[in-house]
Design a protein around this ligand. Structure first.
Ligand code: ASP
Length: 327
């Protein structure tokens, strides 16, 4: 190939400008992440102080893992992945270990992840043996031609990629088993999920959600968490969203994409959009739950219409904050 000297100089100049502008951007732009660990009937009066401290510590650990990645110039996708792994591995939350159980008394896990820069997305549903479902969702995004894979097919794909398999019993904690037995009698429905949204130094947004779904769900039931546009959505030109709550309602409203669309088409601020969808639309339809969201400028919003939502954020211009109850 023949490249003239002039062309080469021009090319090098462009390359230089590209890297310096990205550096300048990354030095001054705001970055950070928001996490959730599920919404529901979470009341201060019912929570022993030690339990509250355990939740707070775990949420802080997840925040700090994600924040460190962002601070060191890592990607929002890596931050989301790392924060969610910590929550999946903790028996406190309804994702990975500690997931709620189906009517049959098994754990069936769903997860999804989305890259706001490219709109690439990966999702998995109905997993029974994958320790960290969010990792498999990411693998689907990065190593397959597809967006969503389910059940035994998804697990077969995991096997081909040397994924860590665990027995279904790994997910089932004593507490969940007792809850299952109790709920079996009362038919009370419990929910809770984990999620993370992040903005990195290069202005890239990402979102991820991982869950065991809803307690006593029918085997084979899939909720909103692995549905791109319902439980998870990220687009660099608008925002990144992760949801938690009664999934059927979130699917019917396309909650996460709806929030992004209100910003895109109606010029809503992030908080206006998230509040409109959760506190007005979802509530009107009879659904319960909440979302965490961050926009391209580092504004955040965490509306919910339940008694509480395990949540936290750490932005580059402030300190980490963790909250559980209303107010
Ligand atoms: N949204 C999840 C589902 O419906 C459950 C939850 O967030 O509590 O599967």
């Amino acid at each position: 190939m023949c490249v003239s000297k002039r062309n080469l100089t021009f090319f090098l100049l462009l390359l230089f400008l590209h890297f310096t502008s990205e550096n300048i951007y990354s030095q001054f732009s705001k970055f950070g992440l928001v996490i959730h660990g599920g919404a529901g009937t979470i009341l201060k009066k019912d929570m022993p102080l030690e339990k509250e401290a355990e939740y707070t510590a775990k949420l802080n650990e997840a925040l700090s893992a994600g924040y460190k990645i962002l601070e060191n110039g890592g990607t929002s996708l890596d931050a989301v992945n790392a924060a969610i792994n910590i929550l999946e591995d903790s028996p406190l939350f309804n994702a990975g270990k500690g997931a709620v159980l189906t009517e049959k008394g098994e754990a069936e896990l769903d997860a999804s992840i989305m890259d706001g820069k490219t709109l690439a997305a990966g999702a998995v549903a109905g997993l029974k043996h994958i320790k960290n479902p969010i990792n498999l969702a990411r693998l689907v995004m990065e190593k397959s031609k597809h967006v969503m894979m389910i059940g035994s097919g998804a697990e077969e794909f995991a096997k081909q990629n040397n994924y860590e398999f665990v027995d279904n019993k790994y997910f089932i904690t004593e507490e969940r088993w007792q809850q299952y037995l109790k709920i079996k009698e009362t038919q009370d429905k419990k929910h809770g999920t984990v999620g993370c949204v992040a903005l990195d130094k290069n202005g890239n947004l990402a979102a991820g959600t991982s869950t065991g779904g809803m307690m006593m769900k029918k085997f084979g039931r899939v909720g909103d968490a692995p549905i791109i546009g319902a439980g998870t959505y990220a687009n660099n030109s608008t925002c990144a969203v992760s949801a938690t709550g009664h999934g059927e309602y979130f699917i019917r409203l396309g909650v996460a994409k709806d929030i992004s669309s209100l910003i895109e088409y109606k010029n809503f601020s992030l908080d206006q959009a998230a509040t409109e969808v959760i506190n007005i639309k979802l509530t009107k339809l009879g659904g319960t739950g909440g979302v965490i969201a961050i926009d391209k400028n580092g504004n955040i919003s965490m509306p919910f219409n339940t008694d509480g939502m395990y949540r936290g954020y750490h932005l580059s211009d402030g300190k980490p904050v963790v909250q559980i109850f209303k107010n």
